[in-house]
Write a protein that binds this ligand. Sequence first.
Ligand code: CP
Length: 320
Amino acid sequence: MKPDTISNDCQLNSSGKLIHLLGLKDLPKKHLENILDSADGLLSKNGNLKKSKALKGMSVANLFFEPSTRTRNTFEIAAKRSSANTINVDLENSATRKNETLMDTMQTLKAMQIDMFIIRHKKNGLPHHVAANIEGVAIINAGDGINAHPTQALLDMLTIRQYKQSFENLSVAIVGDVRHSRVARSGIHALKTLGTKDIRLIAPAYLLYKETTSPDLERFDNLQKGLEGVDIIMSLRLQKERMVAAEIPNEKNYFENYGITNETLKLAKPDAIVMHPGPVNRGIEVDSSVADGPQSVILKQVTNGIAVRMAAMEVLAGAL
Ligand code: CP
């Protein structure tokens, strides 16, 4: 399925309550801000995470059909900090390997009294299909193909909110493999909902969307021009696993043209922040001196991921 054709309608019930978190396209601003505000409430003034009893007695299952370090572990930590029981379903040794359908596996896990499923899958729209075909549980999309990664975008928005006064006047540069990025797609939806107008996509043409996708966004194939005066630099990972061999760029050339270095960083505003969803390919997308430098908020994003995921699960639990 093409990302543009995937609907998030079933994440709201007939009363407009959020019952699943599948994507940020068409998600009303009040729901997005509610999760950000709840996440804020789970952070103390010094940025440490609080604990909560909101998910006490509930069970959360992680179903990751693709590799993950940040998302899977922060969901597990978040569920535990909110007092839920958690299981990481061992997909290598599950009955899906014996040809059980995914829906049968899900119904079986539901019969084990699982309340919430966190799903990552390479197929666009897979969590949406599950959500539309199962009742009484909440589904959170932890990344589906190139389509959406809503909790990543929410943790990115929480991080921006901590450093910048408002979304309306921000200039945001999204740099790198935009075409294959579910992070960029969800981030663009979130930024637009929160009022950001100056969103720039910076990449070689073959890593950008086709002209018909997001024609309202400014595109740059020149990094220097695109970074001029921006407040936020969001660098993206080169997602080679989603490219055909001919599309994979030469890494040295790519870094020379699109790598974020101390030199290129000077083109942005002096108080610009550098973000990256991870995993970072140092010396390809971002120079180590920038990734570890004073303007980098990459590790802050990871910690914020726990607060946002606690908040998302707690909001959904309130509707179960
Ligand atoms: N940002 C992100 O999704 O990272 P992981 O693949 O490590 O979960």
